[in-house]
Design a protein around this ligand. Structure first.
Ligand SMILES: *Cc1c(COP(=O)(O)O)cnc(C)c1O
Length: 365
C-alpha cells in the first residue's frame, strides 16, 4: 500500500540519531522545559529567520496562546477560513474570541481577500491566515488589508514549515505564527508539540508565562494561563528531525512537480500551480474530482491510500453551526469540501510509488 505517511520507511540513520537524542534526555534527568527546548526554540527561530520561538504543547495551543498574548478575546472577532483543521477555529473559540468565516479562493483553496474584506466589522481584531496544504502567498496584499483596517495579521503555519514568500518564511509576516509539530506535519515530533514564533519579544515573554499556568517566576502567577509545555524528549527529537527538513521538503516539491507534469485526466483537476518555487512545501497534494468516492475506491484497489482535507467545512460542524460568515455565504469552501482529495506526497515515496500513483490516476475512467 502506498500510504499518505510512511514513518516506518524513514531512513535508519534518522532512527539511530533519534535514539541517541532520547538517551541524552534520559541521562540529563530534566524532562520538561529545559535545555533541549531552549536549543530547539533558538534553532527553529533561526531557520525561520524570525527573532523568537517559544515551544508549546501543540499547534492549537500556539494559536490560543498567541491570541491571549495579544489580548484578543471576549467580544473580539477573528476572521479565518472554514477550510482548515478544526483546531484553527477551536483555538479562536477557546481564547474567548468569535471566529468569523470568510470564503476561499477556488484556485488555491486559501482565504479569499475580498471575502475577508466583506466580513470586517467594528469588532474585528485580526485576520488568521491558514497557509493551507503548505502554501504561503500574496502576503503583501494581506499586510495591506490589515494595515488599512487596523487589524492584526496572524498566521497558522501548521502545514507550512519553511514555506517562503519572496524569501520570507511563513510566520514572519504577521504578529505571530503558530506551528504544529504533530507527527504528520512536515516537521513532526514523535508525539504532540508546537511553537509560536514572533519578532515581538514582549509577545514571546507573555507567551512564555501563559504556557506555564501564567507563572511569572516559580510559584508566582501574574495571570491565568494554560499547561502547554514542550517536553525535552520531543524537543530533542525535533532538533534531530529539523536536520532533515530541508531534504524532505525538496523531495515533496519534486513529487509535486512530477504530479503537475504527468497527471492528465479530464476527470481530475489540479489546484493552481504555486507562483514561486519556495512558497509551497506540499504538506498535502490535493486534487479535485466530481466523482470522488469512486476515485477513492479506484485508488484503494490500486493499492493507494488517500484522505480528504477536509470533508466538512467548519461552519457545517455541529458545534459551529451558529458561527457568522460573509454575506455571500461560503460556496467555494462547500464546493471544495465535496470534491477535494489528498493523494500521497511524502518524502519516503520511491520513484516507483510516484509513477504508480500517476498511472492509477490517469487510468481512472
Ligand atoms: C494540525 C493543524 C493544527 C493543529 O495542530 P495540533 O498540533 O494538532 O494542535 C492547526 N491548524 C492546522 C491548519 C493544522 O493542520
Amino acid at each position: 500500500m502506498i500510504l499518505m505517511n510512511d514513518f516506518k520507511a524513514e531512513p535508519e540513520d534518522l532512527r539511530i540519531a533519534e535514539l541517541a537524542a532520547v538517551d541524552r534526555v534520559l541521562h540529563s534527568g530534566w524532562y520538561v522545559l529545559g535545555q533541549e527546548v531552549q536549543a530547539f526554540e533558538t534553532e527553529w527561530a533561526a531557520r525561520c529567520n524570525i527573532s523568537h520561538a517559544i515551544g508549546v504543547g501543540n499547534g492549537m495551543d500556539a494559536i490560543e496562546i498567541g491570541l491571549r498574548a495579544l489580548d484578543i478575546g471576549v467580544g473580539d472577532e477573528v476572521i479565518t477560513t472554514p477550510m482548515t483543521a478544526f483546531a484553527t477555529v477551536l483555538a479562536v473559540i477557546r481564547s474567548g474570541a468569535i471566529p468569523v468565516l470568510a470564503d476561499i479562493d477556488t484556485d488555491t483553496a486559501l482565504l479569499d481577500l475580498q471575502s475577508v474584506e466583506r466580513c470586517i466589522t467594528s469588532k474585528t481584531k485580526a485576520v488568521l491566515l491558514v497557509h493551507l496544504y503548505g502554501q504561503v502567498c500574496n502576503m503583501e496584499s494581506w499586510l495591506d488589508l490589515c494595515e488599512t483596517h487596523g487589524l492584526a495579521l496572524l498566521e497558522d503555519c501548521a502545514q507550512s514549515h519553511l514555506a517562503a514568500w519572496n524569501n520570507k518564511v511563513a510566520g514572519g509576516f504577521g504578529r505571530f505564527g503558530a506551528y504544529s509539530f504533530y507527527p504528520t506535519k512536515n516537521l513532526g515530533a514523535i508525539g504532540d508539540a508546537g511553537a509560536m514564533v514572533s519578532n515581538d519579544i514582549e509577545l514571546i515573554q507573555r507567551a512564555a508565562i501563559l504556557r506555564n499556568y501564567g507563572q511569572k517566576e516559580r510559584y508566582y502567577h501574574s495571570e491565568l494561563g494554560l499547561n502547554s509545555r514542550l517536553d525535552e524528549i520531543q524537543a530533542a527529537l525535533l532538533r534531530v528531525r529539523l536536520d532533515r527538513l530541508e531534504k524532505f521538503t525538496q523531495r515533496r516539491r519534486q513529487i509535486a512537480k512530477i504530479y503537475f507534469e504527468k497527471i492528465a485526466n479530464p476527470k481530475i483537476q489540479l489546484l493552481a500551480q504555486p507562483l514561486q518555487t519556495e512558497n509551497h512545501v506540499y504538506h498535502l497534494f490535493v486534487i479535485r474530482c466530481a466523482e470522488r468516492e469512486r476515485l477513492t475506491q479506484h485508488l484503494r484497489s490500486s493499492g493507494i491510500e488517500s484522505f480528504i482535507h477536509y470533508p466538512v467545512p467548519v461552519h457545517r460542524q455541529e458545534p459551529c453551526a451558529h458561527l457568522r460568515f460573509g454575506p455571500n455565504g461560503l460556496p467555494a469552501a462547500e464546493q471544495h469540501a465535496t470534491t477535494c482529495l489528498s493523494i500521497p506526497c511524502h518524502p519516503q515515496m520511491s520513484d516507483a510509488d510516484i509513477a504508480a500513483v500517476i498511472e492509477a490516476l490517469n487510468a481512472f475512467k
